[in-house]
Design a protein around this ligand. Sequence first.
Ligand code: PHE
Length: 452
Amino acid sequence: MGALKTRDGFTTGLGVLAATLGSAVGLGNIWKFPYLTGENGGAAFILVYIISTLLVGLPVMISEQMLGRRARANAIGTLQKLAPKRQPWWLIGVAGCLAAFLIMAFYTEVAGWVFAYIFKSLTGTILSTDPASTSAEFADMTGSPAQSLIWQWIVLIMIALIAIMGVSKGIERTTKRLMPILFVLLIIVCVRSLTLDGAGEGLDFLLEPDFSKLTGEVVLVAMGLAFFKLSIGMGTMITYGSYFRDDQNIPTTAAKVMLADLTISLLAGIAIFPAVFAFDFNADAGPSLLFITIPAVFASMPLGEIFIVLFFVLTAIAATGAMLSLLEVPIAVLDELTGLSRTSATVITIGLLALVGAPAALSSSTLADFTIADKTMFDLYDYATSNVLLPVGGFFLSVFVGWVWGFDQVKRALSNSGALRNERIIQAFFGTVKFVTPVLVLLVLLDGLNVI
Ligand code: PHE
């Protein structure tokens, strides 16, 4: 059955960019990047993050899209098709599916809070200049098992409805409409933040590095963020690459997505930190920065009640494109390996996600005291994916491309069988993915996990 169906895919170059950027841009930019930057010393952390993006992120993204397009299959099927017989490289795809579930489990919960906060900012309940009261409001929501689960389910159902419509009619069409809106809203919020009195201190924080905070663990967190941000190391970009057109220029596409994603992260930093410092709030609030500090910051500024709605709407948009791509990994696997229809594959995936997601959703209420290695399930899912599963996946992918697949195949795939004159770029890519990326990932991973 599966083999006879014609494969859906992205229809235009612009559609490829919108969907791929839609995957990369997400809570990673608006929630994680700012709070991790705030926690880990600002500019120095950003610098390590940018280096990881260039030397690890970009090569792995190009690798994944290239393999996916060559095989035109899901994350597991791609490696089964391209690897030599009897070598278990497809396990990367299996680990990727696991990662997709674990990320979705906590991601849908944070996305649920974001959707809840759109309503709460419309009604004004979260607007208070006193962090004690915004903190109580947040605790009220996350402390309620019913609210936590319901918001997560609302998000799951919404994403499922878009996914069921298919790759071109669901994912491509939605992201093409939403990405420009996100960008415009973000610029508006940035202008507001930058024009506040005292905005300069926040900018200094983003631009002046303090290297004293950099430890092995912090470097691993910055690299893990690069993986998470670019949706790599787990087969998302393999799956999306399998929907690319034959004439898509992969190195250029990946470079554009990486640059646009970085720009949006920096803009999110500019939207948040100048305002945080202008009103004397703490930058190092951690994961709750967005939900406790930000409402208080906006409540302190003129017209804040309008800007906060825009802010949460843009965050919800960002999360949507990313969740569609996370969901696509297991959907494509189920659809193609079992021959199930797309609708059944989606329904099964969403059902499983409601199960795996519940422990993350209940991490601040019923299961608040249930910890493994000192982490709640929410934190554990997050840590295990960004800092372990994705880098390990990225390591094996770069080894596969550099040492197993080899230069000739890479050259044919990235030059679109000779149609593109990009020999130099291919050589630079190949040298990096073979010698630099795997070594860096391995060193940072072993050091960050205190193995060496
Ligand atoms: N890149 C997304 C973000 O920044 C998250 C994501 C990770 C999406 C892995 C797909 C795969 O929010």
